[in-house]
Ligand binder design. Sequence first.
Ligand code: KG4
Length: 340
Amino acid sequence: MSHINILAIESSCDDTSAAVMRDGILLSNVTAGQAVHEAYGGVVPELASRAHQQNIVPVVDQALRQAGVDKEELSAVAVTLGPGLMGSLLVGVSFAKGLAASLGIPLIEANHLQGHILAHFIREASDEYPVPPYPYLCLLVSGGNSQIVKVSAYNRMEILGQTIDDAAGEAMDKCSKVMGLGYPGGPIIDRLARKGNPEAFQFSKPNIPGLDYSFSGLKTSFLYFLRDQLEKNPAFIEENKEDLAASLEKTVVDILMKKMKKAVKETGICHVALSGGVSANTGLREAFRAQEKAGNWKIYIPKFSYTTDNAAMIAITGYYKYIDGEFCPLEKSAYSRTII
Ligand code: KG4
């Protein structure tokens, strides 16, 4: 029996990633990050695009070698077509199209957000952990998105609520920047928060209807609070950074959990998954676990390596589409914005 070998490529933001999947089992997942953005406190699109160009060939080569799969054995190339930074997407998409055309194999397009949500279905040779049954709810929280999605099939997803302004990760990154910490701020806030008191400070929480989120008010309230405190004590941040991080993290987690609980109540769906970069957050994972412990939810939390941008999630999306014969014409262009 011949195998289905998918090479997947993800280059939507500042990570160049390639993965190889055989018959739905992940064989390799190689990611090159881009330290160049740290000095700027955020991703600089033009630099990201250039770094992708430098990384793409060695990253794909390493993914194929690690998997022990020759490019002639590939069945299809799957690639993130969007959403993301156009200059970044174009590098992965052009490479994927060129490779698919030269090998005479199909191209498969993947939506980055759909990939994050399907990260729960990535399987490695040895592991046996439960996959969410359809329908399930997914809290997709990253640097660019905060959404509650009802997932009825790999290709049937409905957004029940989403942020009307900033994303949760973006809010953490911006607050971290205001505190003079590094980039990305989420992991730094997480680390500091473990040593701080989450009740030390109160920040504003949004009061918007339905299942939508808002994080811009929190960001402003954090900024004004720091400004007022620094006037009284210039060393305020340095002396309180653990408590500030813990209180900020708790506020973000409270906001996310409130709407998630509401979504479970309204839909009656208690299988709840967590996806996206912010799903690496310790406080958020604990809040999810607490719901499971209380017998309210059955939870699904991805491995750390599949929380931030990676090609393994594009590979599983590509694998499902390959089985359904859903291929992408080579003329189709990358897109920077979309909803799932
Ligand atoms: O999914 P992702 O890698 O990129 C996209 O936005 O698509 O998510 C990146 C976001 C950043 O905002 C980063 O600060 C946040 O995920 N993040 C975290 C943690 N690890 C990454 N936020 C909170 N706690 C973490 N441990």
